[in-house]
Design a protein around this ligand. Structure first.
Ligand SMILES: [Fe+2]
Length: 217
């Protein structure tokens, strides 16, 4: 991901679950997060140039704000990149992804139920993330762009739950939006993300990094 690019999502992006007008509005918001991140980065660089005199500079809020902007960029990139383009055939979790979902959620249908319920509860984002420490998938939710679930987890799926994501096309029917997004997920891309995450876990294992902790119940 190259954050220096002003717009990371192609303008011709189109999917079944969201109207073109909604996408244009959403991409404009996304571009705003990119601009905000760049602005905050410039301010932090200026702060560093102050050296010892920087104590009076409000770096603490900048550090918080930058996690919000950068989180928004990464969350949206994951969200849009995992949606099937209009006309692409429907698919479902298969192969190693399906096996990992069965291991963590007992079955693929149970995973999908858990994901939908997690999204219904979430106020900002729902993610499926792979825990590098425990070889485990889990569905998380958070209210903010910077509500990162836990360290050493790699998100492989994100669902935007903010009003701006669904109100344009679905009004107050957030459940219809969640179901439409879940129907539009590109499971091949999600499987590729999981494969990348597992490869990182394997590299860590080859380096004898042992940070195993208790898994979720
Ligand atoms: Fe969004």
């Amino acid at each position: 991901m190259n954050i220096s690019q002003t717009v990371l999502i192609p303008e011709d992006f189109d999917c079944e679950a969201l109207s073109k007008a909604s996408l244009v509005s959403h991409f404009r918001l996304y571009a705003g997060y990119v601009e905000k991140y760049q602005e905050l980065t410039r301010k932090l660089q200026a702060h560093r140039r102050l050296g010892p005199a920087a104590a009076s500079f409000d770096a603490e809020s900048l550090k918080t704000d930058i996690t919000f902007a950068l989180g928004a960029i990464k969350n949206h990139a994951l969200f849009f990149e995992n949606l099937k383009r209009r006309g692409e055939a429907a698919d479902e979790p298969a192969g190693d992804l399906a096996a990992a979902l069965v291991k963590s959620f007992h079955s693929v249908p149970q995973y999908l139920i858990d994901l939908k319920q997690t999204a219904q509860r979430g106020r900002g984002w729902a993610w499926t993330a792979y825990d590098l420490d425990n070889d485990f998938l889990f569905n998380y939710e958070a209210s903010g762009q910077n509500g990162i679930p836990v360290w050493n987890s790699i998100p492989i799926l994100a669902i935007d739950l903010f009003g701006h994501a669904y109100f344009y096309d679905y009004g107050n029917n957030r459940l219809a939006y969640i179901e439409a997004i879940m129907q539009s997920l590109d499971w091949r891309r999600i499987a590729a993300r999981l494969a990348d995450a597992i490869a990182i876990r394997n590299i860590r294992a080859s380096l004898a990094v042992d940070s195993t902790v208790e898994t979720h119940p």
